[in-house]
Design a protein. Structure first.
Length: 73
């Protein structure tokens, strides 16, 4: 089974990377919409981090992950 995740990467006040992962992203990805959504996350200050508030966008990416469940007996 293939799983895709949208990763939104931000920098916090300590200049540490904070990643927010969203399952099953809408595709094709729209970079303008993603950037606008990230701006809203920063402006609304809705996530707390150990290194302070989110202050800027670092990047975004779609990650493919392949999963193969193992049946235990």
């Amino acid at each position: 089974m293939m799983a895709r995740t949208l990763e939104l990467q931000f920098l916090n006040e300590d200049a540490k990377t904070v990643t927010i992962r969203l399952d099953a992203p809408v595709e094709p990805a729209n970079s303008a919409s993603i950037a606008a959504a990230m701006d809203v996350v920063i402006a609304q200050n809705i996530f707390n981090t150990n290194g302070g508030n989110l202050v800027s966008k670092k990047g975004a990416r779609i990650v493919d992950r392949s999963e193969s469940p193992i049946t235990l007996i």
